[in-house]
Ligand binder design. Structure first.
Ligand code: UDP
Ligand code: MG
Length: 312
């Protein structure tokens, strides 16, 4: 049985060597399986690729898929899966935040017949409270608006083992805005959850800033549900109703009690508020149209500069 370890990386020269050493330690003790390591270079601008090249020369299990630019982790993952030939594929980060010793546990459950063994973070060390809070809220909203029958698995990263069946299913989904966390749930298959404690990264810095995370969050919502579109419809209806009732109240007050029609402040409030809601709804519609635009171009997901391996 061949197991492919797929590792997307972007500027990880500070972690890659430590990562490789830790990985081989674990893998060499697994004598029942043979392994290959598929490193996908997501457009690194540092010395990561040179470092890996030296490894290709000494370890024939190492393969580098060198993408033509930085496409983002989700795309780097699918590229890795496209080039992985194993009967199972393990996805993991290059910064040792995903402890390699869990691989033996993955393999145990895989041999018991599970197709998708995924590791859930028990504790997020070194992450600020606000980030944890926001991510909790986000998953709750996402699950509540996602189509029925599709389960969103909260706090589940990409650290997992996938059977060939699941890999084939995932690589068949060629959509442009890829939200892997949702796709694992969407394709289904027999899943098994295990737990681990996330460590701090061994070197370098996180490649996900707030802007990237926000983009990922919006992508997640808009690729898995059209609920935001419906919500803007409801909002419109609610405000129309409130406006109507308020109109009736003013009418009664003026006709029967002779009160002056309240003036400028209330009008301004209503105009600004409604204007805001309208723009928000337009923005939501726009986001979906933008997605349609991207998908209809039907471009390939990525281009490969070079595949570096020792097979000549
Ligand atoms: N990564 C990538 N392309 C990107 C950003 C990140 O391939 O555009 C890789 C990165 O090198 C690492 C993994 O994705 O191996 C997870 O990234 P990171 O550790 O920065 O994210 P965090 O753990 O902080 O969420
Ligand atoms: Mg990390």
């Amino acid at each position: 049985m061949l197991v492919s370890i797929v590792v997307p990386f972007y500027n990880e020269e500070e972690s890659l060597k430590t990562f490789y050493d830790a990985l081989t330690d674990v893998v060499n003790s697994q004598s029942d399986y043979s392994f290959e390591f598929v490193f996908t270079n997501d457009g690194s601008t540092d010395g990561s690729v040179e470092l890996l090249r030296t490894l290709v020369n000494v370890d024939s299990r190492v393969k580098i898929v060198d993408l033509s630019r930085n496409y983002g982790k989700e795309t780097a993952l699918i590229a890795g899966m496209d080039y992985a030939s194993g009967d199972a594929v393990v996805l993991m980060d290059a910064d040792l935040q995903h402890p390699p010793f869990l691989i033996s546990e993955f393999l145990k459950y895989w041999s018991e017949g599970f197709d998708d063994v995924y590791a859930t973070r028990r504790e997020r060390k070194g992450e600020p409270f606000i980030k944890k809070f926001m991510s909790n809220m986000y998953y709750r909203v996402l699950q509540s608006v996602t189509e029925q029958g599709v389960k969103v698995y909260p706090h589940v990263g990409d650290f997992r083992l996938l059977d060939r069946k699941v890999v084939n299913a995932l690589t068949e989904l060629r959509e442009q805005s890829r939200y892997m966390k949702g796709m694992y749930g969407w394709v289904g298959f027999k899943k098994k959850e295990i737990f681990y404690d996330a460590e701090e990264r061994v070197g370098g810095v996180t490649k996900f800033n707030f802007r990237k995370l926000l983009k990922l969050a919006i992508d997640g919502l808009t690729s898995f549900t059209t609920a935001p579109l419906t919500v803007s419809g409801y909002l419109g209806a609610a405000f129309a109703l409130v406006g109507f009732i308020y109109g009736v109240i003013i009418l009664i007050q003026t006709l029967f009690f002779g009160k002056d029609v309240p003036g400028f402040p209330s009008i301004m409030t209503a105009v600004l508020f409604l204007g805001g809601v309208q723009l928000l709804s337009l923005g939501i519609i726009g986001t979906y149209i933008g997605k349609i635009f991207k998908e209809t171009k039907n471009r390939p997901l990525y281009f490969v500069e070079e595949v570096i391996s020792d097979e000549k």
